[in-house]
Ligand binder design. Structure first.
Ligand code: ADE
Length: 222
């Protein structure tokens, strides 16, 4: 069984905890299939104010995450597990997709321990990239920090760990598991809701016809 560990380095644990302590994430952790822990970046801050950021050389707006707190925080995790891999959510990373989620769920690079560094403020010192294994973007838009991307990455990986979802097949047959094929339309009771009825083939009991209908009605990712 592959138990996956996520260590999240952040200034805002309180933004992540409610999600990770609910629903599927809670269940997966409770079953021992995944472990979440947090490193408070502030503890590695500099000076009396525990500062983690500073102004950019060359001028410009905003503050950048400094190297020292980030390197020290990551090194504190790597001291316990040198194999841990570091993920940096950043809009200039590779766009996250289902294949990547699957590789991480299967223990990519023989590591089952992922450290997600959540930047905040306007950005980070470029030298931080030298300690990062994966740069991941959630899409072509800019968020205020790495916390939401961290949750999305974690959610999409954890649900693929065998034993997390109810039916072992649910992850395999659903959207994106077959290249870019999207899931077919699905219906539950009632048969007639405000005049919108369920396609009769789904009530026919004919599994061959149902499979054909589902195949022909599967969407494609845009
Ligand atoms: N941080 C800010 N915007 C982001 C994005 N689109 N993807 C990943 N990390 C981000």
């Amino acid at each position: 069984m592959n138990m996956i560990k996520f260590t999240i380095i952040t200034l805002f644990q309180e933004a992540l905890k409610p999600y990770l302590e609910s629903s599927m994430m809670y269940k997966a952790a409770h079953k021992g299939l995944v472990e979440f822990d947090f490193v408070d970046l502030r503890e590695f801050g500099l000076g009396p104010h525990k500062s983690v950021d500073d102004t950019p050389y060359g001028g410009g707006d905003g503050m950048l995450l400094r190297c020292e707190p980030v390197f020290n925080a990551i090194e504190s995790v790597k001291k316990k597990n040198p194999k841990a891999k570091v993920i940096l959510p950043t809009p200039v990373g590779d766009i996250w997709n289902q294949d990547m989620a699957r590789k991480f769920a299967n223990g990519n690079d023989s590591s089952c321990h992922y450290v997600i560094l959540c930047p905040h403020y306007e950005g980070y010192d470029e030298r931080i990239l030298s300690i990062v294994d994966y740069k991941v973007s959630l899409g072509k838009y800019v968020l205020t920090g790495g916390e939401l991307p961290a949750l999305i990455i974690i959610d999409s990986v954890v649900r693929l760990i065998p034993g997390v979802l109810g039916g072992e097949n649910s992850a395999a047959i659903e959207s994106f598991s077959d290249g870019d094929n999207l899931e077919y339309p699905q219906y539950t009771k009632p048969y007639d809701f405000r005049g919108m009825t369920v396609p009769d083939v789904l009530l026919s009991g004919n599994h061959g016809e149902i499979a054909k209908w589902r195949k022909s009605h599967s969407g494609k990712a845009k």
